[in-house]
Design a protein around this ligand. Structure first.
Ligand code: ZN
Length: 194
């Protein structure tokens, strides 16, 4: 196990592509593999994890590895056309502030509601889904928004990748990682105030 400057939880490492665009969170182990394979081009911030490896005959010393909180890596990261983050319930509920977008109740028991229902050709896309409590989801049923007479508290939007990474690692992000991501949020992002 790594020694860390945080005793409670080992932080996750923010991985960037060679252009400096945030692409994923890595565990300390995955990050150590990136260093070992010489894929890390540059880093930001202070080291957050110190790993002690085995004895290196070549160097006549115990090897150590400092892992930084933000690492930029060489290599192809994105397939073409995959720049929209995947829709997942944890990210969706975080986008909508853990709140039902119809009645405003904050709940740990939210559902994914489709504005245009799946049965009527609605896509499983960020613009067509909102967090909803069971009651509101059930009430809306198989109807369109205008047919149901229900209103949204906020319009759904597609998070960019920086926003998405902040959403899926909410509460575990180091200050310099958050600063890096926040600087790349959309200009009118709802997350800006968070
Ligand atoms: Zn509700």
């Amino acid at each position: 196990m790594p020694s860390s400057n945080r005793t409670s939880r080992v932080p996750r490492i923010l991985r960037l592509n060679h252009a400096g665009m945030p692409v994923s969170w890595a565990t300390w182990y995955e990050a150590s593999r990136l260093y070992a394979r010489d894929l890390v081009i540059w880093t930001l911030g202070d080291p957050v994890i110190k790993l002690r490896g085995g004895y290196s005959r070549k160097l006549s010393q115990v090897s150590e590895l400092d892992i930084h909180g933000i690492v930029a890596c060489r290599g192809k990261i994105f397939e073409r056309g995959s720049l929209v983050p995947p829709v997942s319930n944890p990210a969706l509920f975080a986008r909508d502030g853990q709140m039902c977008m119809y009645c405003g109740v904050e709940s740990r028991d939210l559902t994914r509601d489709h504005l245009v229902p799946r049965s009527r050709g609605g896509a499983d896309s960020w613009e067509n889904v909102v967090a909803a409590c069971y009651k509101c989801n059930h009430r809306k049923g198989n109807r369109l928004l205008e047919e149901s007479g229900m209103e949204l508290l906020a319009l759904p939007y597609v998070p960019n990748f920086a926003e998405y990474l902040a959403l899926i690692n909410s509460g575990r992000i180091l200050a310099d990682q958050m600063d890096f991501l926040r600087a790349r949020f959309a200009r009118n992002s709802r997350l800006k105030a968070a």
